[in-house]
Design a protein around this ligand. Structure first.
Ligand code: 3PG
Length: 312
């Protein structure tokens, strides 16, 4: 590899596991690319400087705004090693002729497993030693049946849960074929399911779309599991529902804004759980899968002009 080889930046404020990162670096270097790794960077300035001469960048939930893209003077491709790319300003990238890709499906089992981890934790009273409940036989609503939703469905079958699903982009017949019961509306999903697992993306349409009205529909013991995005929650509505119903629970790996988090922890400590850091996709396996997929997509794009998984 020469010093003139195209540079790929791996910019992950929340790093991959060390082994996964090494494997990603090796894959890129074996293909003749130059690699710089920028992990746990303290501020945007570090990213702006590292991206300046990169032709491609691998990121996770890092904020790839118009300013960051403008700093990437040689940038041709941003690969979000993961599913949701709401952290990348896709329009600004398009305007600069920078392609944006994601790596769909690569971390979805990890996210689905965490959803069940949190459900069991809550069903067993936070492991407080008192008599809890089981997941078997309970109703589970999967709100959006993409890659993560499908993995949640697969695991729910093992737990012998009664699974319904709602997804406006998936035909009822297709949902039926998966083994989940299709419901006609989002309201019907929340009305019929004790557990609802959220897998909708953060878009202008879904933003703040889950709030008091839907939560108040839930049957006794209603439990919302959010491993999707904090932005899809109407936080005032969530607080109102938690106040209005002493049986509701909210479990998430992406904490709400600070005032809402403080209110939930103070007023509803037994019914609210959040992981200290966003960690649905934070497994060795998901890091390998998403990181290597990102590396392969970069090699394909830069060396063979492959454009699969471009989202802008
Ligand atoms: C995704 O959209 O793929 C997940 O939210 C994972 O995000 P992360 O890479 O920041 O853990």
């Amino acid at each position: 590899m020469t010093e003139n080889a195209p540079k790929v930046l791996i910019a992950t404020e929340k790093p991959f596991s060390a082994d996964a990162k090494d494997a990603v670096v090796k894959r890129l270097e074996d293909a003749g690319l130059r690699v710089e790794v920028l992990e746990k960077y303290p501020n945007e300035a570090a990213l702006l400087s590292a991206i300046a001469d990169a032709q491609a960048v691998i990121v996770r939930s890092d904020d790839i705004n118009a300013g960051v893209l403008a700093a990437g003077k040689a940038l041709k491709l941003v690969v979000r090693a993961g599913a949701g790319y709401d952290n990348v300003d896709c329009a600004a990238a398009k305007a600069k002729d920078i392609a944006v890709m994601n790596t769909p499906g690569q971390n979805s089992n990890a996210v689905a497993e965490l959803a069940f981890g949190m459900m069991i934790y809550a069903a067993r009273g936070g492991f407080d030693g008192k008599s809890g409940t089981e997941l078997r036989g309970k109703t589970l609503g999967i709100h959006a049946l993409g890659n993560v939703g499908m993995n949640v469905l697969r695991l729910a079958k093992g737990f012998e849960m009664e699974v319904s699903a709602f997804d406006p982009f998936v035909d009822a017949k297709v949902i039926e074929a998966t083994g989940a019961k299709p419901v006609q509306s989002v309201e019907a999903l929340y009305k019929s399911c004790q557990y609802v697992s959220l897998h909708i993306p953060n878009t202008p349409v879904t933003k703040s779309s889950i709030g008091e009205k839907l939560l108040m529909f839930m049957p006794k013991g209603g439990t919302l599991v959010n491993t999707a995005r904090k932005e899809v929650i109407d936080e005032a509505g969530l607080l109102a529902a938690m106040k209005g119903r002493s049986d509701l629970q909210y479990l998430t790996d992406i904490g709400p804004s600070e005032p809402t988090e403080a209110a939930l922890k103070t007023d509803f400590a037994k019914r609210f759980f959040m992981t200290p850091k966003k960690m649905g996709a934070q497994t060795e396996e998901a890091n390998f899968n998403a990181g290597l997929a990102a590396a392969n997509q970069i090699i394909g794009f830069l060396q063979r002009g492959e454009r699969v998984y471009i989202v802008n």
